[in-house]
Design a protein around this ligand. Structure first.
Ligand code: ZN
Ligand code: ZN
Length: 127
């Protein structure tokens, strides 16, 4: 099994390079994906160094003292992680409509209801 789509039990969201998202930096709206290239800490869930949130290249720092991997500005400073951003509408719609998610939809009617609500309130991304 690759790292295309997985589940982050820490932040309760889908992760992997198959998942489009917005950079978790509060001042940034860069569109990225939740692949290893963008994760703070360089590992799913952040490993030992990071918070496991996802950032664009401008908001990940390599070579921070005491950190072996890329980390976000909060982890570099030893602070609390940023607030994770909600899923992008593109991803929500994918989960609601893609045939590969049919089984998941059948098994998680509550989650589907939440997503349908989120789809109505989430702004469409520019991509
Ligand atoms: Zn971090
Ligand atoms: Zn960013």
């Amino acid at each position: 099994m690759g790292w295309s789509i997985g589940w982050d039990s820490n932040w309760q969201r889908d992760i992997g390079y198959g998942v489009p998202c917005t950079c978790d930096h509060p001042d940034c709206s860069e569109e990225i994906d939740r692949g290893l290239a963008h994760v703070c800490g360089g590992e799913p869930n952040g490993g030992d160094d990071g918070c496991g949130l996802f950032f664009c290249c401008a908001h990940l720092y390599l070579g921070v003292e005491g950190k072996e991997r890329q980390v976000c500005e909060r982890c570099a400073a030893g602070g609390e992680p940023f607030e994770p951003k909600p899923d992008v509408r593109e991803w929500i719609e994918h989960k609601l409509t893609c045939p590969t998610w049919q089984q998941w939809r059948d098994e998680h009617p509550d989650e589907v209801a939440k997503l349908e609500e989120a789809a109505l309130t989430t702004e469409k991304s520019n991509g």
